[in-house]
Design a protein around this ligand. Structure first.
Ligand SMILES: [Zn+2]
Length: 344
């Protein structure tokens, strides 16, 4: 089968397009003929690698995917051959105390499709049947693949972890990323007041169209902390800051939180280490909340809102599998707004 993979860690020059063996399923898995996959920054982190990441090479890239079930493991009961499905890329072991409590993303052996195991940038991929969700007929494969990882991540952050409420001031740092776009839509669905930061006039316009109430071009507004605190929140501060930008924005996000405010993060795009003024933490009684992917219930909840078109994935561009490397380059430059998808 055709696949996009790498044989050693490094930059995009390591990414190959070529033939690899079609994968085989075990009794609890499905074989999927891929229709669409979607890019995530995770692809580039995995490509570069880190010391504890030991992958079996070649490694097929890609975490999001949708397609048609071609083979069904002998113990699978919830899915049948021919079903149209989208995947939850977060895979729990199914047996540890976290998995048994329904908290798969806390699993002691948690893995992500495309990170710890082969991904979706291929004509076929395998997935545990419990990670597959049937797509209704009126929803396209493209929209389904574009939605899952970012929306399930944003849902867990805002709804399960930060317990978003109507009228909360929600700050979303770096609004053009996939998780941020999902977070803006989810926050608006809950009736929150959304303040988003982004990096260009064009992205400001696109972010406003998504429904953000206030959008700040941080390159043109160096004192945006003051503007948000005094002008926008009328000295209340932010109830929830969604910050996966990391080093570049973290201290400003913490500064902006109101008394009892919460900062929730699922990543650190600009760097993982930053100084925190501990006085803000105790005096304002702030909560710092980490979040990764989601459990199956959160995945199902948010996908049903997408199926009902209450949430809509934003698609930036579509590439063929053969040109997935160019797609990754497009993401690396940061000029995209929304999801870059790969048609297979
Ligand atoms: Zn587990």
């Amino acid at each position: 089968m055709k696949a996009v993979y790498f044989l050693q860690h490094g930059d995009l020059s390591q990414v190959k397009y070529g033939d690899l063996p079609k994968p085989e399923i075990n009794s609890t898995e499905l074989l999927i003929q891929t229709k669409y996959a979607a890019l995530n920054h995770l692809d580039l982190f995995v490509l570069r690698g880190w010391p504890s990441l030991q992958l079996k090479l070649p490694h097929i890239m890609g975490s999001d995917g949708s397609g048609i079930v071609k083979e069904v493991g002998s113990n699978v009961v919830n899915i049948k051959k021919g079903d149209r499905i989208v995947i939850n890329p977060g895979i729990g072991c199914g047996y540890c105390s976290y998995c048994l409590a329904g908290q798969q993303s806390l699993c002691n052996n948690f893995s992500i499709k495309g990170e710890h195991q082969d991904g979706t940038f291929a004509e076929f991929f395998t997935i545990p049947a419990q990670n597959a969700l049937i797509i209704p007929e009126h929803i396209g494969f493209k929209e389904a693949a574009a939605a899952s990882l970012t929306f399930l991540t944003a849902w867990r952050m805002l709804v399960s972890k930060a317990k978003i409420k109507p009228d909360d001031f929600v700050l979303i740092q770096g609004a053009s990323g996939g998780v941020s776009i999902a977070a803006i839509q989810i926050a608006k669905l809950f009736g929150a007041k959304v303040i988003a930061t982004t990096s260009s006039a064009e992205k400001v316009e696109k972010t406003k169209k998504l429904g953000a109430d206030y959008v700040i071009n941080y390159r043109e507004t160096p004192n945006y902390v003051k503007k948000i605190y005094k002008e926008i929140t009328n000295r209340h501060g932010i109830d929830i800051a969604v910050d996966s930008v990391g080093k570049a924005t973290f201290s400003n996000s913490i500064k902006l939180l109101c008394k009892g405010g919460k900062l929730v993060t699922c990543g650190a795009t600009t760097g993982p280490k930053t100084d925190i003024d501990i006085r803000y933490l105790f005096w304002k009684q702030i909560s710092l909340i980490g979040s990764t992917m989601s459990n199956h219930q959160e995945f199902t909840s948010v996908m049903h809102l997408l199926f009902e078109k209450k949430l809509i994935p934003q698609i930036d561009s579509i590439y063929s599998l053969e040109h997935a490397k160019e797609a990754e380059h497009h993401m690396e430059t940061g000029n995209h707004f929304g999801k870059i998808v790969v048609q297979i």
